[in-house]
Unconditional design. Structure first.
Length: 338
């Protein structure tokens, strides 16, 4: 019902006129001295996620017949907005659920229904069986990267807010999954959280190398390198930092890391450097690499903490490999004639 379409007051039965209130023309009963208000209709929507797949339904009726959307519908008189959301989910997709959180509230003007307010909830499935309902012809899950264009602009907006709210959590999950070798190459992001820090490290490799040289030339644990050519040491450290970045980016294979550091161990033995000095050198590089990473303004957000912890884990793995292969190369005897 629109303003001006009401003819009689439902309290006294007298005629209704139009009167301005707060700059808006409203239906008004002069006998009851009562304004009648027209309010937006409440529409509920639900986002149900399963392994980063989102439940969508294909509409069977107008408007937007044949298009995909979130399970959505009007709230009924006498039910809470939360109950309405769960009822529509059950009616349109056969799913029982419980509300986890409010995702979005959005005003929308429909040419079919007039002013609407879309209230979207994140819902967890608790039961039921996925199936189409009376107003839908299909119900299925779509991966977050493969969602078709949704019928309602308010659904599209709610999905944007949902994805933005989950992005850091998903980044953490993807990062640890990939680092543990459990990623799904089709759906997991190829970059880990700490790749951002790795880029910074690679761009500052020379600065890190200079800091290392100042430490190594005065540190008792690396005394065997004090008389080495500084430019050679600088180049070696820059190479190690470059190796680290390349390995992190998936450019270097473990076999290449093995070959390089075994050769480094053999060369160090030929140069007369004690193995303890060589291993201490790698330890100092790891130390300055980590200290540089921490100097880049971490710990401001939860995701920064995860990113830093993941970087630490990757540094440990890389330098454990470097230490092992360097030691192996140092201890391997050359074959006659080599």
């Amino acid at each position: 019902m629109k303003q001006g379409s009401r003819r009689f007051c439902h309290f006294c039965g007298g005629p209704v006129s139009l009167k301005i209130e707060d700059g808006i023309q409203r239906d008004f009963c002069p006998v009851c001295n009562l304004f009648f208000y027209m309010n937006p209709l409440p529409v509920v929507s639900t986002i149900v996620a399963l392994d980063r797949r989102i439940l969508l339904v294909k509409r069977g009726n107008r408007p937007y017949k044949g298009q995909w959307c979130l399970p959505s519908g009007f709230a009924e008189t006498g039910e809470s907005i939360q109950d309405a959301a769960l009822r529509e989910l059950a009616e349109e997709a056969g799913i029982d659920g419980r509300i986890l959180s409010l995702v979005d509230v959005h005003s929308f003007k429909s040419r079919f229904y007039g002013d609407l307010i879309f209230i979207t909830f994140e819902v967890e499935q608790t039961g039921g069986h996925l199936q189409s309902g009376s107003d839908t012809v299909k119900a299925r899950y779509f991966h977050i990267n493969e969602i078709p264009r949704l019928a309602f602009p308010s659904n599209r907006r709610a999905m944007q807010y949902y994805v933005a709210g989950k992005s850091e959590y998903w980044a953490i999950i993807d990062s640890f999954s990939k680092s543990l070798g459990k990623d799904d190459s089709r759906h997991v992001e190829q970059n880990l959280l700490s790749d951002r820090l790795v880029d910074i490290i690679e761009k500052n490799a020379e600065n890190i190398a200079r800091i290392w040289i100042n430490d190594a030339l005065t540190n008792p644990s690396t005394a065997g390198f004090r008389h080495f050519d500084h430019s050679r040491l600088f180049g070696d450290v820059c190479r190690i930092l470059s190796d680290f970045g390349s390995w992190m980016g998936g450019i270097y294979k473990d076999s290449e890391i093995r070959d390089y550091y075994m050769a480094l161990g053999r060369e160090s033995r030929k140069d007369g450097i004690h193995l303890s000095n060589v291993l201490s050198t790698l330890s100092l590089i790891k130390k300055h690499l980590w200290e540089f990473a921490l100097s880049q303004g971490m710990w401001q957000k939860t995701i920064d903490i995860y990113m830093t912890l993941e970087l630490n884990r990757r540094i440990v793995i890389f330098f454990d490999k470097a230490v092992f292969y360097t030691t192996q190369g140092y201890e391997t005897k050359e074959k006659p004639g080599s």
